[in-house]
Design a protein around this ligand. Structure first.
Ligand code: SAH
Length: 395
């Protein structure tokens, strides 16, 4: 998102009129008034000049946070095999667009394609498209995928992806993978105050710093999730993520009448509920969201229930959410782990096992992260939803 980019007087974000993102946002607020948390979050993460992702590779033990594909190669491998099975369920279309949203260092895609080599026909159908806002990470992905033989291309945003026309190209499959992408999409926050909901806005405080204040106007509960209509205590916070719903709508549009599957893995609860989850993380530690705009990662929990309900409105089939642990174990994490360990020295084998355990442990990522799958025009449930019942499925 590049809201506010026009504040540079049309010089495309590169003219250096402001020394920091805070200065740039302050100038915007002085001129136009307070901004939503969504505008603030989008600027902090993807401002073309100062955005957190635009200027760095934040991943890994040395960076600010670490993700599942960086922890264990098994993660990407199992997703690669998942893609092969879903492509088979699609009836093995001759062309498959494999899209990844927010691919980080490209590690998941590299591991997925290596594992998918078990199905040569799959690899000859695949064309990879990476949706990545950050030029630094695009470079990193190109390095990671330099040995890949399939065509790989990049777009900065989903809106830049041309729709595939079935009339021109015959049957085409579309598989979309998103690991820790939706948690980076900008959210809005609403606070219960004096019997009304008000939007939390970012404004200039009296001492000249950026801080929050509530909107003067009350927000009608009709504009908020249905649980906002229930009695709520003073100070209760509700978060919404319009950009996540827009992303699903865009993907549905992009898929048109073609075969489509989306696999999203992210952290958040099973059920929609009030609560504040916006957080800033720097060097694996929590930080203040205003401490250093553009220099800390901002994320929020993903509201899986609302996404599943939106998918249903779009006419998509939805499966899950289930926990990441449940998903990976059902896809055969243990079997792959045993295979990997067999060829290693004891200390190495232990490290590999420890990393895999971190992905599935219910007390760690295995429980916090959830997997939701959406499909269109595919008759069978994708794995592992064909073999497991999902007690936490949205009714
Ligand atoms: N999926 C990767 C990286 C997760 S970090 C992994 O699991 O390791 C989030 C990723 O989304 C980064 O690549 C970031 O640059 C990208 N991203 C964040 N917001 C984006 C946006 N609005 N449009 C496109 N990419 C975005």
């Amino acid at each position: 998102m590049t809201e506010g980019a026009d504040d540079n007087g049309g010089c495309g974000g590169g003219c250096g009129r402001f020394a920091t993102l805070a200065d740039k946002l302050k100038a915007h607020i002085k001129q136009h008034g307070p901004i939503g948390i969504d505008h603030y979050m989008a600027a902090c993460l993807t401002d073309p000049e100062f955005g957190y992702y635009v200027n760095r590779d934040p991943l890994g033990a040395e960076g600010d946070f670490i993700t599942a594909p960086e922890i264990s190669q098994i993660f990407g491998e199992l997703i690669g095999l998942w893609c092969v099975v879903v492509w088979q369920q699609m009836g093995q279309p001759k062309r498959l667009r494999l899209i990844e949203l927010g691919p980080g260092r490209g590690t998941l895609m590299r591991d997925a394609l290596r594992a998918a080599a078990v199905a040569a026909n799959f690899l000859s159908a695949v064309e990879v498209v990476l949706v990545e806002a950050s030029p630094v990470l695009q470079d990193r992905q190109a390095q990671t995928l330099s040995a890949v033989e399939q065509p790989v291309s990049w777009v900065a945003s989903l809106a830049d992806l041309p729709k595939i026309s079935s009339a021109i190209s015959g049957e085409v499959g579309l598989i979309v993978i998103a690991n820790e992408f939706f948690d980076a999409l900008p959210i809005r926050q609403y606070v219960r105050h004096d019997g009304h909901w008000r939007e939390r806005l970012v404004d200039l405080l009296e001492d000249g710093r950026l801080g929050v204040r509530l909107s003067r106007d009350a927000i009608h509960p009709m504009e908020l999730p249905s649980y906002a209509a229930h009695p709520a205590d003073e100070g209760t916070v509700i978060e919404t993520c319009p950009a996540a719903l827009e992303t699903l709508t865009m993907l549905d549009h992009l898929a048109g009448d073609q075969l489509f599957a989306l696999l999203m893995i992210d952290y958040g609860p099973f059920k929609s509920a009030p609560g504040e989850s916006l957080q800033a993380v720097r060097r694996h530690q929590y930080a203040d969201i205003f401490a250093a705009p553009g220099d800390v990662d901002l994320t929020a929990h993903v509201d899986f229930e609302t996404l599943a309900l939106h998918a249903r409105k779009l006419g998509l089939a939805h499966f899950g959410p289930i926990t990441q642990g449940h998903f990976l174990l059902a896809l055969g994490l243990q079997q792959r782990l045993r295979q990997l360990m067999a060829g290693l020295e004891e200390a190495q084998a232990e490290a590999v096992a420890k990393a895999a355990a971190r992905l599935v442990d219910p007390a760690q990522m295995g429980g916090l992260f959830k997997v939701l799958c959406l499909t269109k025009n595919i008759a069978a449930p994708p794995p592992p939803f064909d073999i497991i019942t999902t007690p936490n499925q949205v009714p």
